[in-house]
Design a protein around this ligand. Structure first.
Ligand SMILES: NC(=O)C1=CN([C@@H]2O[C@H](COP(=O)(O)OP(=O)(O)OC[C@H]3O[C@@H](n4cnc5c(N)ncnc54)[C@H](OP(=O)(O)O)[C@@H]3O)[C@@H](O)[C@H]2O)C=CC1
Ligand SMILES: Nc1nc(=O)c2c([nH]1)NC[C@@H]1CN(c3ccc(C(=O)N[C@@H](CCC(=O)O)C(=O)O)cc3)C=[N+]21
Length: 286
């Protein structure tokens, strides 16, 4: 029987801390501000953005949103980013991914003031993380939430063999850097990886962020591994499942995250924490 890593409960604990930090900042005259930019009408993105807004407001964060039509041009999105860059009430800016295909997402992210880059996707912040530079800078929220979960297990990073399935800018790549910086030995798996199952089986820590239901079966998991399932897949019957065959893998794992109620809620909690971090740093690092 594995330890169930209860993301909902851990997120609640983190959000309680965030609410207290927001209250303290507001008492000193600073209200942390989050701006979310949504382009188009992707239903999943609308759900995520709504839950981010709701949580921010619950915690006392000033939260605003700009929604643009799917036909919006690059310059229109850029103008919205520019306005938030210069808005003193806003400490954190997020451009919801994915953007419609005609937009250059990387160019837009690069226009965000790096000090307001709550997703940690700006190339300056990515580079600082990659090079393990000291100092304050934002990092991607999903990997940050995963590290928080592993820390609560007292996971021993140094010397651990970690395998990450998925190498996106959102999840796999920044998590790779965070784990390497903690002295883990990290293997990245993509679609063209040969003998992926055998590599996964070597993992003390297996993180799966591919977006493929049932990708990881019991045969791919080393007994005693810690398994983090990032996948969010909506099945035809409406059920939400991860990328791991939970029922089969749970009995062998040392610890495992459920979907829903695992990495997802922690991602949102990390986003809230990082919004407050950015507001605090804007005072001290100026
Ligand atoms: N819980 C949360 O907070 C979050 C959940 N997600 C979820 O995580 C999943 C991944 O999201 P994201 O990182 O944006 O994904 P992307 O679609 O951007 O990338 C998927 C990655 O998985 C790899 N991959 C896909 N299929 C396979 C396979 N069969 N074998 C090996 N590798 C494979 C791809 O490999 P290649 O590079 O070779 O194409 C790619 O690197 C999605 O389900 C998403 O909804 C995402 C963000 C946050
Ligand atoms: N700029 C940007 N930053 C992101 O962080 C970002 C993004 N774009 N685009 C999409 C992905 C996906 N993502 C999720 C966040 C929370 C849940 C979450 O809370 N999931 C709940 C279930 C929610 C439901 O029922 O649909 C759970 O797992 O329990 C899931 C996925 C953030 N992303």
């Amino acid at each position: 029987m594995a330890t169930l890593i209860d993301g909902k409960r851990l997120a609640q604990l983190e959000n309680d801390k965030t609410a207290r930090r927001v209250a303290a900042l507001r008492a000193s005259g600073i209200t942390p501000g989050l701006a979310v930019i949504l382009v188009g009408d992707d239903p999943a993105s609308q759900v995520y953005v709504r839950s981010k807004q709701r949580k921010a407001r619950e915690l006392g964060i000033y939260s605003v949103q700009t929604t643009l039509p799917a036909t919006a041009q690059q310059a229109e999105v850029a103008a919205v980013i520019d306005a938030y860059n210069h808005d003193e009430r806003i400490h954190a800016i997020l451009v919801q991914s994915p953007l419609p295909a005609h937009l250059d997402e990387q160019a837009l992210v690069a226009m965000i003031d790096p000090a307001k880059d709550v997703d940690g996707f700006h190339p300056l912040n990515v580079g600082k993380l990659y090079n393990h530079l000291p100092g304050h800078y934002p990092v991607a929220c999903t990997p940050r939430g995963i590290i928080t979960m592993l820390d609560t297990l007292n996971f021993e990073y140094a010397g651990a063999r970690a395998v990450i399935v998925g190498r996106s800018i959102l999840v796999g790549r920044p998590l790779q850097a965070l784990l390497v910086n903690r002295n883990a030995t990290v293997t990245m798996i993509g679609r063209r990886t040969k003998a992926a199952a055998a590599l996964m089986k070597t993992a003390d820590l297996l993180v799966v962020a591919a977006g493929q239901p049932q990708l990881v079966t019991a045969a791919m998991v080393k007994p005693g591994a810690v398994v983090i399932d990032v996948g969010i897949n909506r099945l035809a019957d409406g059920h939400l499942v991860g990328d791991v065959d939970f029922a089969a893998v749970e009995p062998l794992a040392q610890a495992i995250t459920p979907v829903p109620g695992g990495v997802g809620p922690m991602t949102i909690a990390s986003l809230m924490t990082q919004t407050v971090d950015l507001a605090e740093w804007s005072q001290t690092d100026a």
